[in-house]
Design a protein around this ligand. Structure first.
Ligand code: CA
Length: 366
């Protein structure tokens, strides 16, 4: 074989391997051809960032654990815990890092205080939607960057589902101009909160269980939560009837699995593959369930005469977009890794934006 052909052959092999679904690339997902299965049993703890019995988020984590148990014939038993049961939700990153639990089900933007770039593995305001984000992880280099970032902490991060586009939130008063955000006490976490603060809002953060009471008592004037299903079940419409869309702050927030790398590496190859593929399946189930439930509950909300469903005026969205860009620029100029991830994220967003613009349309039913 000529040197050139040999080179091409090698290059083709390398690029194919690099393009295999992110973490499922050849370096991590190894074939188990020996046929011999170790009978050694493993017991893992999976803590979540969700309150007990939290629909979809919590229930999908439980289902993931059950499926791994079944697929492994009981050789890998994963016991799920709600946030606060074993460790407080916001301490779960440290718990898995220290090896007190082997796995976490959460959202990477909770960890921006430790690693600002973690936000990209959840999503950005005015960023990519659910399918774009999933494709970036698996075929656009996102997973490799995520692996590089979490490796600093001896951890592995993987997608666990996507909420898809969220709603803009519940407001006690109608929002007519950007001036209405001045002094507004709103529960809006993370990146979106920083954007709102630039418009003079008081961005606050409370655990889910305190939101209704704080809205009722006037500690909050407004809040954003998730989408029609989770929002309506919380009963926010009884206090703050103006329900705005779109959820510019979270157009496609990805949920994550975190695994302690050392614990993962201790597993035999077949169990590693079971965990990897069970996460992909869980990711798909989560995203589908969210869409189905939100579609169903938007209908319920539209029929509820106490809710005023409104779109944010275009000039407000423009202003929010402008401030998002400011927050983003501050972030990438302060943290080189954030800049690196943003470049990859933006490139993929741009490519898929063009495709969506011409080929993808949300048709009405025929
Ligand atoms: Ca939200």
């Amino acid at each position: 074989m000529s040197k050139r052909r040999e080179f091409i052959k090698k290059a083709a092999f390398v690029s194919t391997a690099a393009m295999l679904p992110g973490a499922l690339s050849s370096c991590m997902r190894k074939e188990n051809r020996s046929g011999a299965l170790s009978s050694k049993k493993f017991k893992w703890k999976l803590t979540t960032a969700w309150p007990p019995n939290f629909p979809v988020f919590g229930s999908q984590a439980v289902e993931f654990a059950e499926r791994v148990g079944e697929m492994s014939g009981g050789r890998l038993e994963i016991k799920p815990y709600a946030g606060g049961e074993l460790v407080p939700a916001m301490e779960s990153f440290d718990a898995v890092k220290q090896g007190n639990v082997e796995m976490v089900h959460s959202a990477s933007y909770y960890w921006v205080g430790k690693e600002p770039a973690a936000v990209f593995f959840s999503g950005l305001p005015f960023g990519m939607n659910a399918p774009q984000t999933a494709a970036w992880f698996r075929y656009g280099g996102g997973q490799e960057l995520w692996t590089e970032l979490y490796n600093r902490h001896g951890l592995l991060g993987f997608p666990a589902g996507n909420t898809s586009g969220q709603m803009g939130g519940w407001f006690k008063k109608e929002i007519k101009s950007v001036d209405d955000f001045k002094g507004l006490k709103m529960r809006i976490p993370g990146f979106g909160g920083k954007v709102m603060a630039k418009l003079g809002a008081n961005a606050l953060l409370f655990p889910g269980g305190e939101l209704y009471t704080n809205l009722e008592r006037g500690v909050l004037d407004a809040l954003e939560w998730v989408g029609p299903y989770h929002d309506y079940k919380m009963g926010f419409h009884r206090i703050a009837p103006f329900y705005y869309y779109p959820g510019w702050q979270e157009p496609g927030s990805s949920i994550e699995f975190i695994i302690n790398k050392k614990a993962f590496e201790e597993l035999p190859e077949d169990l590693k593959n079971i965990v990897l593929d069970a996460m992909v399946a869980s990711d798909a189930r989560f995203t589908s369930e969210m869409l189905a439930k939100n579609g169903e509950y938007l209908e319920v909300i539209k029929k509820d005469k106490s809710v005023k469903l409104l779109q944010f005026p275009e000039e407000i969205l423009e202003k929010l977009r402008e401030k998002t860009k400011e927050v983003l620029n501050e972030m990438i100029s302060a943290d080189p890794f954030s800049k690196k991830v943003y470049e990859s994220y933006r490139k993929f967003h741009s490519l898929t934006y063009e495709l969506y613009n011409i080929a993808e349309r949300n048709y009405p039913p025929i």
